[in-house]
Design a protein around this ligand. Sequence first.
Ligand code: HDE
Length: 809
Amino acid sequence: MPKSTKTPAKPAKRAAAKSAARNTDSGPSEITAALFDVNSRKMAQTQDLAAAMPDNANKTAEHGFANGVSPVRGATAKPASRLPTGSTLSEDNRSDKTGSVAREGVNATIDSLDRVRVDSSGRVLTTNQGVAVADNQNSLKDGVRGPVLLEDFILREKITHFDHERIPERIVHARGSGAHGFFECYEALTDITRAAPFQRAGKVTPVFVRFSTVQGERGSKDTARDVRGFAVKFYTDEGNWDLVGNNIPVFFIQDAMKFPDLVHAVKPEPHHQMPQAASAHDTFWDFVSLMPESTHMLMWVMSDRAIPRSFATMQGFGVHTFRMVNAAGESVFVKFHWSPLAGTHSLVWDEAVKISGADPDYHRRDLWERIESGNYPEYELGLQVFSEEQAERFSFDILDATKIIPEELVPLRPVGRMVLNRNPDNFFAETEQVAFCTAHIVPGLDFSNDPLLAGRIHSYVDTQISRLGGPNFHEIPINSPIAQVHNNQRDGLHRQAVHRGRVAYEPNSLAGGCPFQAGAVQGFVSVPARQDARDEQGKVRAKPEKFADHYTQARLFFESQTPVEQDHIANAFRFELSKVTVPAIRERTVAMLRNASDALAKKVGMGLGIDPLPDPLPLALASPAEPEVTKSPALSLLSRPGDGTLKGRKIALLVAPGVDGASLSAVQAALVEQGAVARLVGTRIGRMPTADGDTLDADASLENEPGFLFDALVLPDGAEGVAALAQDGHTLEFIKDQFRHCKTILAFGASRALLAKAGLPLSMDKSHAQGGSGLVFADAADAEAAAAEFIAGVARHRHFGREMDPPLI
Ligand code: HDE
């Protein structure tokens, strides 16, 4: 047992103890109750603290299965004061830089972004060392016409920082846009999970979301045909949880081992670095046609899901099966679904291609503008919850990321909503530096054994180390949790935290055991994997048999689409494969499609001049299990029309000198009332006179905002104005694109002539409109009624009834 410190000290001993307490490299055998100065008090209290933990009390609890699933809370002892656990006795000497002593039990590197937000209003320009810069225009020279001096530390600092402004872009998902918001829980889910965001009705958790494309580089176009990333960081009060999902619920591959191959195949080809942000090239189709498990994903990627109209109009999915765990340690399986309140709407391919030229930032701009204008994107979180026993009976394997669980089999349980209501202050600091990671989960959640997920749990932390320059990326403000961070990890590049005290290990007695392990009640505990899953085999590189059913769900997806959506899928395959230069790869893909849908294969084959069709690819599994569901209407984009509002929709009202102003203004007011962005698009920007002697001020022009950037079109009345528009070729292109992309067009009075000049089949008149042609004709005097009809048409988004392949005009 250590010697007691409670013996009263004699004067000689006091002097010895006093001087002993001033040394850092050795000490006496006995420590006296030395209350006469702070050094010796610290020494004595340190001895007491260490003595309070005579052994490692929890050592026996490290062993055995029961302890493994229910770890104990760490042993700890309370110091007599803060003296023994501090780094330095000089910590009370504060300055503007050191501030005060560490707040007890607090890690101040976390918390809101306020501590790092910068506002320079009213401030002078400084160097990075805070030195005011007198002249930001000229470098320091030896004479006005003389050479620049090496001494110019201000110039050198500025240029050096600039030289290092870029960081490596993400290997995949490099192109993205982010927003802040919140998640609000509808009801307590304590029956199935103890995860912090779901603990009571109305609980609000801050989130940061990043949407992305996968293939393209950081500056690539938004409207590429591609999967969209849908990554949500929940800053929960029990740590950060990242739900790093996509807008498509399945994936190309089943095992992380194939991910680098997939990415190498889809990225621009390595010899000439083409094409940018496009899967329509040889190496991608070569790879996927040799990987039949990708067929299901290909159906989704060739559907309009891969060209969303807006981040606010696409679903999000966690893709893998996860687990939820309640306070009693009982777990269920769960799949995560985000559904947009605005409904699921997409572009059409011809439109996506054109947008990428006119506005490569189309989705980024749309997200930014929606939030700035108060049209906050909103999504409902739904869970598919099922048990291990249920999962065993499914015809597919829930560990296989190329499979969905049809909603008809396990319905969605709505559990909360997410609202994106705040744009970032700074793109780089927030959207570029945010680091999502599938390994970031909180107590109450856990992984399944999905082998794709396993690789991700490793990859996301690993990749940040080179992308963000070291292991301390969690301390970058956008990544730091709002829950306290306390551990013994230390040092590394760019460390922010200044840890108080000398202890950076556990177990310890010199910090009273702190920070101590939380134990099962508070801490994260992995759900013990089922024993029997491991019983039959030892270590093995193999897949379960149900993984070999590559086509049943590809068929389910295709059969569940409306005829229009099926046409779009066929056309997308035709387009992509037409860009492939090697006929054998095209044929192999068509042979693969035959196993999912012969009708689709035939259509694609016809479009590519492949006749006769090749034999179907051999099956990996001769007789797959009978599917529970052969049609799932929920898989159609058109099954989610949304709340029917016009919020965030962009509508063009064409103007030129001499148009009828009153009718246009009436429609514009009605549209704005509905939350739409209704813009006056002129033959040029600026004011122009109307037929009734007023003026309209065009804020966009036919040249700078072409027709395909708008969701709908209003053409004006007024002979003079219409004649001016007719003379501008842009007008006719504008109308053609609106017509070709099946958008609602309202034509007042004289503008009918413009439609005729653009070559529209005017037999689609008002009577056809009832059937959904989306063409509304009206007299200027009837503007109000016309606006109502037009708004109803726009709410339907598109009028595919008039779509033709190839397009008529
Ligand atoms: Fe990712 N993925 N991924 N992924 N992923 C990355 O992480 C990876 C996969 C997804 O906005 C990288 O920080 C592997 C599926 C999103 O910052 C990297 C595998 C799903 C984002 C990485 C997958 C995703 C990423 C690149 C197969 C849907 C963007 C930079 C085992 C559920 C997050 C980074 C953001 C980003 C690895 C497959 C979604 C390299 C190894 C399946 C939304 O770590």
